[in-house]
Design a protein around this ligand. Structure first.
Ligand code: ATR
Length: 274
């Protein structure tokens, strides 16, 4: 029986086991997918378990996506660029590889909405675990500018620096960093903060003057409609939550481990409506 795991802290609310075990069953695989709350001290031992083939693959979530990197043998180009790993695999040559499927997850989720990002100005709120992948995906989808704002400005500046070389090499426009509270002109706004995970939480930003015909995207999918999305909708904007992103990143991880493209159908989408 092959064993897969999602690690993070906290982890009890993760829906990854529900989704992966659904696909495991649908594809008649002899495998099980579990969740485990860990601390930084556990990372080394867990990677050893992969090496010894006691665990076959790991998904990594907040706050370990960067911290796991020194324990791995190699990174894919995307994981290297974003310094963020959410999927780990042992190759047949015995190397432990870190992948980033959040990038593809976000990219596919946006494509799924049919929103055309080419030449758009995108304001990203937050510079935590998922922000580097979103920024990278936005540039890959040819936005004109990424504007980044985070309550703790230094974290936004860290990401700005992280992307300096890649941005120069690809001839992309620089990431602009603005103070928390400022809302410059944008076409799309992404909530990549954790604000909204609890129903009553509100971002302390004043959206009253932003107008309509924007796209409000929230990485959060539970609750389905955060106050951020409610506000966007009330102001006459297009909205989308992070559910498809979650499903697409999981599907990409499933493909990496099992070499099977899992079905994303209504059953899967309903499965997560808990
Ligand atoms: P981590 O900070 O460990 O990477 P995360 O859940 O990936 O965790 O990121 C949380 C994000 O939500 C961060 O950008 C955080 O801002 P700080 O860097 O200033 O902590 C943001 N965040 C959390 N609570 C917030 C709040 N009340 N207002 C604004 N931003 C908030």
């Amino acid at each position: 029986m092959n064993k897969y795991l999602v690690i993070g802290n906290p982890i009890e609310h993760s829906l990854s086991p529900l989704l992966h075990n659904h696909w495991i069953k649908k594809n008649n695989l002899k495998a099980v997918y579990d969740k485990k709350e860990i601390s930084s001290n556990d990372l080394k031992d867990l990677i050893e378990k992969i090496r010894e083939k006691n665990i076959n693959g790991i998904n990594v979530t907040v706050p370990f996506k960067k911290e796991i990197i020194p324990h791995l043998d190699r990174l894919t180009l995307d994981a290297e660029a974003t310094q963020s790993v959410n999927t780990i695999l042992l190759t047949i040559e015995g190397k432990i590889i870190g992948h980033n499927t959040d990038i593809g997850g976000f990219e596919n989720a946006i494509k799924d909405t049919k929103y055309n990002l080419i030449g758009k100005r995108v304001l990203v709120l937050g510079a935590g675990g998922v922000a580097p992948s979103i920024i990278f995906a936005l540039y890959k989808m040819k936005v004109s500018t990424v504007i980044l704002t985070n309550r703790t400005k230094s974290k936004a500046e860290y990401l700005q620096n992280l992307y300096n070389e890649i941005i120069k090499k690809n001839d992309w426009n620089n990431i602009k960093v603005v103070d928390w509270g400022e809302l410059p002109e944008f076409d799309m706004i992404v909530n990549a903060t954790s604000v909204g995970l609890k129903n009553d939480e509100n971002l302390d930003l004043d959206f009253s003057k932003i107008g309509k015909n924007k796209f409000f995207y929230d990485v959060i999918y539970n609750p389905k409609e955060t106050n951020f999305l409610k506000k966007g909708k009330d102001l006459g904007n297009k909205i989308e939550n992070g559910k498809k992103m979650f499903i697409f990143q999981a599907a990409e991880a499933f493909k990496i481990w099992h070499d099977i493209q899992p079905n994303i159908d209504d059953e899967v989408i309903k499965l997560l409506d808990k």
